[in-house]
Design a protein around this ligand. Structure first.
Ligand code: NAP
Length: 334
């Protein structure tokens, strides 16, 4: 093939800081396709907090990205050549495409085919993608919110958090979000219809603040942050409370900091706490996608994006999401 690919490789691992110098931009000639493979022209790439774990030397739930390997990422793009009868030229797919302009894949890399004339293709990486599916799995499948209950979510203005808030509303719950700035607080209220939002940087005592705005306590707690925010919200948990641990972006990975023991809280409140990994739900991807898609089409789910332009901006976008400066789903337009 005469095409030249440009890709971003992982040059070295964080020690512990994550910055642009960990990555390199590399050109290479695209090889010929093997049987069952297809070539994708990548249009949008996803930038995710989980990348912090993927590039560290200690793998978490998946193998670390190899040194000099293409950075792992979900993406959406158009098939431009194919040796697979089930994936045809001009079809659009979402899958593990990597931080690169062109991606050679087989069906094991693909989550779903999408129609580019239906919803904006980038939405398939946000509220209709991994983030929406994470929100649905953690909230609906694990927390099981009921009408009138109070749902609290951290990183409320972000991609997963805003989807959690909106889905909780669909289930008739009262929604409370936590975020870092007044601008994000307004986004939560104006765009995502949260009932109440706490700017955790402008309150000294999150627990008391939450007690004031949710005097009846917290029934479902969807946590993306860990650390002090987690500790404060747990103090407000109701009897029979359900807590899902989705992310720990506010905690350093190693060494894991100590915190209050929650044994007695769980005992006294007869509460349930559970970890969530969206990959466990990938066999239900199409089923959950369809639910999110219907709500999106009915105007019940909004998708906010923060797009950087050009493949070379991906490392800076990762740095930004870990600093929390993103306003919506962080994407790269290739
Ligand atoms: N378990 C799973 O399968 C799964 C799947 C997808 C995502 N997740 C998790 O879901 C969470 C949100 O992911 P997302 O893709 O939707 O990203 P996002 O919320 O759009 O962006 C990340 C947000 O994290 C917050 N943040 C960044 N650094 C922080 C810090 N040091 N302390 C506290 N908050 C910080 C910032 O929000 P504020 O400014 O509002 O604090 C930032 O905007 C992450 O923890 C991620 O790991 C888990």
């Amino acid at each position: 093939m005469d095409l030249i690919n440009t890709k971003i490789i992982l040059k070295k691992r964080p020690d512990p800081e994550i910055n642009e110098s960990l990555f390199d931009l590399v050109d290479e000639k695209i090889r010929d396709l093997k049987e069952n493979e297809f070539l994708i022209e990548v249009h949008y790439l996803s930038v995710d907090p989980a990348m912090r774990g993927w590039i560290s030397k200690v793998g978490n739930y998946s193998e670390p990205v190899k040194i000099n390997g293409t950075m792992r990422s979900l993406g959406v793009g158009k098939i431009i050549a194919s040796k697979n009868n089930a994936f045809l030229v001009d079809e659009y797919v979402v899958g593990w495409l990597g931080w690169q302009k062109y991606s050679i894949v087989d069906r094991n890399h693909i989550q779903i085919k999408v129609n580019p004339n239906d919803v904006p293709i980038s939405a398939n990486l946000g509220v209709l993608g991994l983030n929406g599916i994470t929100a649905y799995a953690g909230l609906v499948d694990k927390c099981k919110p009921l009408k009138g209950e109070t749902v609290v979510v951290t990183t409320a203005a972000g991609s997963v958090g805003s989807a959690v808030g909106q889905i909780a509303k669909i289930y008739g719950s009262k929604t409370i979000g936590l975020t870092s700035t007044d601008k994000k607080k307004s986004i939560c209220i104006d765009d995502f219809n949260f009932d109440k939002v706490i700017n955790y940087n402008s309150t000294k005592d999150i627990s008391s603040c939450l007690k004031k705005i949710a005097p009846d306590g917290v029934d479902c707690f969807f946590d993306n942050v860990g650390g002090e925010q987690f500790d404060h919200i747990m103090e407000n948990l109701n009897i029979g409370g359900r807590v899902v641990i989705c992310g720990t972006i506010g905690m350093q990975s190693f060494p894991i900091p100590n915190g209050p023991r929650i044994n007695r809280t769980l005992l006294v409140k007869r509460a349930k706490i559970e970890g969530l990994l969206v990959l466990d739900y990938f066999d239900k991807y199409s089923e959950i996608y369809q639910k999110l898609y219907n709500w999106y089409k009915e105007g019940k789910l909004k998708n906010k994006e923060d797009i950087s332009f050009g493949l070379e901006t991906a490392p800076t976008s990762l740095v930004n999401i870990l600093k929390g400066t993103n306003l919506g789903k962080q994407l790269v337009k290739v």
